[in-house]
Design a protein around this ligand. Structure first.
Ligand code: F3S
Length: 292
């Protein structure tokens, strides 16, 4: 069986940067080090960070100092303010692409524009951007959620992982209402590139394996895209979840991974797939000999 890796897979720039910052912070600083929420949606990485003394917290510590790492999704200004008041040191790993969306949203709000934020209202990245809009933000998931506003001008930014078509539909719908739209395409290419590479690969193989956290939205999306091609697709977090049966009939197998999956886990999955293929081959040979 031939194992083909998607041309774009695994860690994106922002996630890699956040992990590197967390590791250097742990190496260079005394005292407790925290991440506000899981640094990335990958349980193995979170466990590894915990072993190095980097603990996950959900609220800022109460006046005990320490260092808190802000993850790539970013946060609103309220958290930064709270950290200052509590004397907590902040190491900001907000992805520069997310920081750009925050900056645009803040500038638009300062100009007095209502700011549409296209994205998942429950996602921390969207909540962070919303925090920078000084109460002028309106989160929508698509064009159908746009309600008439009194203003003539509005702003628009997007969660970095939004599909381009959704963003374009919102721009069109706002313009159709006769509004002047300050639309900033803040979509990050990493997600789109990974999805495109997974789609192209899934169309050419017998089985597709998608590696990444079960809670990772971008990994789940990759799995869905592959599944929709009709190719049997399995979403695993680690090599231990692979099953020999999946590869018994396969001549080619595709492999891709979410933006929060480290190379070491992808490599381990690939190695295990090759081992299973070898075992399947040996079993088939034994069966053939028994028939003789
Ligand atoms: Fe940043 Fe794009 Fe990754 S926004 S965190 S590089 S998916």
């Amino acid at each position: 069986m031939e194992v083909r890796l998607a041309s774009k897979a695994g860690f994106c720039y922002g996630v890699k940067r956040a992990i590197e910052l967390a590791l250097t912070t742990a190496e260079e600083n005394e005292g407790p080090i925290y991440t506000l929420g899981p640094l990335i949606h990958n349980p193995q990485v979170v466990k590894d960070l915990a072993n190095r003394g980097i603990k996950e917290i959900t609220v800022l510590p109460q006046n005990e100092g320490g260092t808190v790492i802000i993850r790539s999704h970013g946060v609103g200004p309220d958290i930064l303010q709270e950290a200052q008041e509590k004397d907590v040191r902040i190491m900001d790993a907000t992805c520069p692409f997310v920081a750009r969306a925050q900056r645009y949203a803040r500038e638009m709000a300062e100009q007095g524009l209502p700011v549409y934020i296209l994205g998942d209202p429950g996602h921390p990245e969207v909540q962070g951007i919303l925090g920078w809009t000084k109460g002028k933000g309106i989160v929508i998931e698509g064009a159908e959620e746009i309600n008439p506003v009194e203003d003539h001008r509005v702003g628009l930014v997007a969660q970095t992982t939004q599909p381009l078509a959704n963003y374009q539909a919102v721009v069109e719908a706002l313009q159709k209402q006769g509004l002047q739209v300050d639309a900033r395409n803040t979509i990050c290419h990493a997600t789109g590139e990974r999805q495109q590479a997974a789609l192209e690969l899934a169309k050419t193989v017998d089985v597709m394996i998608v590696v990444g956290g079960k809670e990772s939205a971008n990994t789940k999306k990759l799995a869905r895209i592959c599944q929709e091609t009709g190719t049997p697709t399995y979403h695993v977090e680690s090599a231990q979840e692979l099953q020999e049966d999946w590869f018994r009939e396969a001549g080619t197998c595709g492999l891709t991974a979410g933006a929060s999956t480290p190379d070491a886990i992808i490599e381990e999955v690939k190695r295990r797939m090759n081992e299973m293929d070898q075992m399947n081959g040996e079993e088939a040979m034994q069966d053939a000999m028994e028939v003789k």
